[in-house]
Design a protein around this ligand. Sequence first.
Ligand SMILES: Nc1nc2c(ncn2[C@@H]2O[C@H](COP(=O)(O)OP(=O)(O)OP(=O)(O)O)[C@@H](O)[C@H]2O)c(=O)[nH]1
Ligand SMILES: [Mg+2]
Length: 332
Amino acid sequence: MFYDEVKVSLKAGNGGDGCFSFRRAKYEPKGGPDGGNGGRGGSVFIIADSNVADLTDYHFKPIWKAKNGEPGRGSDQHGARGANLVIKLPVGTVVVDRETESVVAEVLTHGEELLLLKGGEGGKGNEEFKSSTNRAPREFTLGKPGGSGEFLFVIKTIADVGLVGFPNAGKSTLLNTLTNAHPKMGAYPFTTLFPTVGILEYPDLYERITLADIPGLIEGASENKGLGHRFLKHIERCKVILIMVDLEGTDNRDPLGDYRILIKELKLYMPRLVKKPILIAGNKLDEPNAVENLKKLKAKVKLPIFGISCLSEEGLDVLKSKLLDEVIEIRQ
Ligand SMILES: Nc1nc2c(ncn2[C@@H]2O[C@H](COP(=O)(O)OP(=O)(O)OP(=O)(O)O)[C@@H](O)[C@H]2O)c(=O)[nH]1
Ligand SMILES: [Mg+2]
């Protein structure tokens, strides 16, 4: 199971209490105040780690706490600080505060680290209150509570190009052919159950772009048909969208109809998605009806359309270079 959304409860450590104490020693009847300060509570940090693939760890253990600070003690001993808690998250994770429903943090590159919840300050021991006018202070303070909250971790994949298509269009096959990634492929719908990102290399140009394969979409995904819209969050951050349609047109499906449904579903999920540059790959050009279907599609749709076959590899070089052009243009 791939977890790209989990609810967690997080708590920073409380500060240790300050201590109230007076020195007691032989021949020193009025020993001064010697209550130490409490230690600060540990804070909660998040860090992006490219070795963490998903949120499984937090699904099975949804409650995490940083250590409390230790209380101060007599003889001027300060309490130890509580250890920080560092939560490792996949690159691209967004942290949502469930109370306000707002995004409070996101980590976008490997190693990026952010403070999420601050540990509570330690209390002051009575020794701190000593002054020329107050030699036997009876004041001390308690440690402050650490921050806490209920959060939602959501992975939003980071890739240059996002692949969108009906099940069986050949999205995973394209990723297997063009990139270093090897998502499962199969002649049945919903082979792909979680997003995969592959790196597309252009060795002659010293360039590389990333391509994300997500589970297939069907009409009514917005009403949760099929796997629903839930994976579209993984293309929200893509610079370019590559819509893949099956030119074979089996099972009375028609590539133009498929294209229209896909655009409609993208819009229903988030109107902003269709404002991104969109390219269309008509796949399975090796199949008998494909050339005819490609012509029909080109006659009706104004977006750039590329006839390809992942099997014969026809048209892949052209598509590849066009993808790079689009990504570079946006990067600039
Ligand atoms: N003839 C032909 N078959 C292809 C081509 N590309 C992919 N296929 C086949 O189409 C089927 C589906 O391929 P996948 O890559 O698993 O399709 P997908 O779009 O990832 O499907 P989901 O993961 O279910 O959304 C497989 O049986 C592939 O072998 C192609 O260019 N020509
Ligand atoms: Mg697939």
